[in-house]
Design a protein around this ligand. Sequence first.
Ligand code: UTP
Length: 295
Amino acid sequence: MRKKVTKAIFPVAGMGTRFLPATKSVPKEIMTLVDRPLVQYAIDEARAAGIKEFIFVTSRGKGALEDYFDLAPQLEQELRKKGKTELLEILKSTNMDSGAIAYVRQHKALGLGHAVWCARRLIGNEPFAVMLPDDVIAAEKPCLQQMVEAYAETGGNMVAAMEVAPERASSYGVLDISEDDGELVKVKGMVEKPPAGEAPSNLAVIGRYILSPSVLQHLNKMKSGSGGEIQLTDAIAQDIENENNVHGYRFRGQRFDCGSKSGFLQATVSFGLAREELRDDLRTYLKSIMLDGDT
Ligand code: UTP
């Protein structure tokens, strides 16, 4: 029987330079989408997919992230005293079971592959998920859950895949495909940030992965790749050479790149409109500024 995926790595050790000066003191993953930090969306998605162990790869200055997952007894007491049961419930939904969450330091930002490798001892010899909290995916069935279900059939390695415009391909890891059956594609190679016009397809890798532990062994020997960083895609591509299969999974849902300002703003509007208590006000405001723009 295939082993269940119960562990997820959340690499959050990057510097988040695109959000300076905010990220000078606030970790990017704690920045708020409507009323919850980005990382809460990722945790909820992981839980829905059956993840039980949450491994964060952090760096200097990410203390606020650890505090976020701590209990807040004083705050809870205050809310209880004031009878604010709804807020109390919201607060409780952010609590993590004792021992379910672990933190590993990446001492130098040497790349995503290196960040994942830093968690190797906590993974051992099991398949595991990797989730990048700045990729926020709005979906009826959470993206990682879709992938875990598909993975039960395929095994091997699986990456979330999304069509991108050809001129955008050089910002992503791009799949080289041998078979395409719509939802699943069989991958024969992967190229990280291909030069303009050289992308092998328009299917880009998005920040959700289910990986075999053999990828960690490749990362043991990895040298820097694109941009001088140790790339996760290179280690996954190496697994294809070792005849372990890699599938791209076209998830159903809308992905927002909350690592970029424009993506974060779009996510804020979209998630705001999805909330019943905010929808009417926000819609009225958006309509009013669109009308102004026309004149
Ligand atoms: P990004 O490429 O978005 O980099 O990393 P960044 O540092 O977070 O942001 P910018 O580009 O400076 O604005 C993608 C994901 O990989 C993690 C980041 O934390 C983010 O979740 N990462 C990246 C690491 O954990 N370690 C690294 O060395 C690099």
